[in-house]
Design a protein around this ligand. Structure first.
Ligand SMILES: [Zn+2]
Length: 414
């Protein structure tokens, strides 16, 4: 059974009668700061709660480790039993940070210039949240089968410990058959990919010990300059580290390796450095496992150290981001097919099915909780996120709410 023409019509009519709402709701969310760090999602949550009440939607359930780090799950029952889809987005944004002087408008005052809405979080991802709420209201009006949940998470921008990690560890999403994340799917233009791979992240430090002593005698006594040893080890690692990975059709470049995202060491003039370290982050692809990856890192470091005559080093994977797993959906997954059909109807053509370059809450929701999760299908463009003058195309907001409603109806009436 697929969604009836009548259900679809009812949903699209409901949205057409509220055409301006998705923009004004996005503006309200941009006005509600939620920079992370420091991390506090209560302001946008209040906007969400007010909108839910306005549309006659359930008030939902808050799940939180701390009161100021809320997640909200709103479950909208259909008229008959059927599949359960969740539309999910994060309430937090990256901070304005060092880019403050580069903003041409107030990041917290939504500003419209031509066909764009400027403001912090407009692309990542308050526009998607607004579209999801309207889609939820349209789903309710359409008298669909199945169940649609709206899931608003905390802390996506800083590791998800207060957010998706908590939801994945608890029973908060029990019964959900699939999740769609509304992360901005545009790379070069809006809606240029249905992104079904969420790449993983692994972060580690390599610390090198040397001989801290008076620098005047470094050529007289046997001393090791830890910074110099670290530099040789790091360059060797850059040249010789090739972790195992399986060819993946959507990830032809394999993992992305960033060596020396931070380096530190040494004391200053007059002192032979006794300690130095370099940090590395690697964006992994589906099929890679922590066990094999750890072996690869250890083997490469040992080989390079041996070649250099033996370096006193230690490897440490990050406590939180040591291994955040990659995930993927099959291209013929029902949720992917629903996205393709909705895009054909609303955009006129379906974007290619491809990867999301970054990490997403899919690592927790699928990687830990085991719920199939589509990494990114949402308004906006990823390169505009996390920097100055973030904007979203206004037309995309309306397209998002229509597609989300059609996707939900399609998925829930199977
Ligand atoms: Zn995001």
């Amino acid at each position: 059974v697929s969604a009836t023409a009548e259900q679809r019509q009812r949903a699209l009519k409901f949205l057409a009668e509220r055409e301006g709402d998705v923009l004004s709701l996005t503006e309200d969310l941009v006005r509600a700061p939620s920079e992370n760090p420091p991390g506090d999602e209560t302001a946008p949550l209040a906007v969400v709660q007010e909108a839910l009440a306005r549309y006659g939607l359930p008030e939902g359930r808050i799940v939180a480790r701390e009161p100021h780090r809320p997640n909200l799950i709103v479950t909208i029952p259909g008229r008959r039993p059927g599949p359960h889809l969740a539309l999910c987005g994060h309430l937090d944004t990256k901070p304005v940070g060092d880019a403050a002087s580069l903003w041409q408008s107030d990041p917290f005052r939504p500003t419209i210039v031509n066909d764009r809405l400027y403001g912090l979080g407009s692309t990542d991802m308050k526009g998607a949240l607004a579209a999801m709420m309207l889609a939820g209201a349209a789903f309710q009006a359409a008298e669909s089968a199945g169940t649609l949940s709206l899931v608003f998470t905390a802390d996506e921008e800083r590791g998800s410990w207060y957010g998706a990690q908590l939801l994945a560890e608890s029973d908060a999403l029990a019964g959900v058959d699939a999740v769609l994340l509304g992360e901005p799917c545009g790379l070069l233009a809006e809606w240029d990919g249905i992104r079904i791979v969420s790449r993983g992240v692994t972060c580690f430090r390599v610390a090198v010990q040397g001989t801290q002593t008076h620098s005047s005698i470094s050529d007289v006594l046997p001393t090791v300059n830890a910074v110099e040893a670290m530099a040789r080890l790091m360059i060797g690692f850059r040249e010789q580290f090739h972790p195992h990975f399986d060819e993946h059709p959507l990830c032809p470049n394999g993992p992305t390796i960033n060596i020396g995202v931070r380096v530190s060491g040494g004391v200053g003039y007059g002192v032979v450095p006794g300690y130095a370290e370099f940090w590395t982050d690697v964006r992994t692809v589906p099929g890679m496992t922590f066990d094999v990856f750890q072996d690869d890192v250890q083997a490469a470091l040992k080989r390079i150290s041996d070649d250099l005559g033996g370096i006193d080093y230690e490897l440490e994977f990050d406590e939180r981001a040591g291994w955040i797993p990659p995930t993927e959906l099959e291209p013929d997954d029902p949720l992917v097919r629903a996205c393709v059909l909705a895009a054909e109807e609303v955009l006129g053509t379906a974007p290619e099915v491809t990867l999301f370059h970054g990490g997403t809450d899919a690592s927790q929701l699928q990687g830990i909780a085991g719920i199939p999760t589509l990494a990114s299908f949402g308004p906006g463009q990823l390169p505009l996120a996390h920097g100055a003058n973030e904007w979203v195309q206004i037309e995309s907001l309306g397209q998002a709410m229509r597609m989300y409603a059609l996707i939900a109806l399609d998925f829930c009436n199977r």
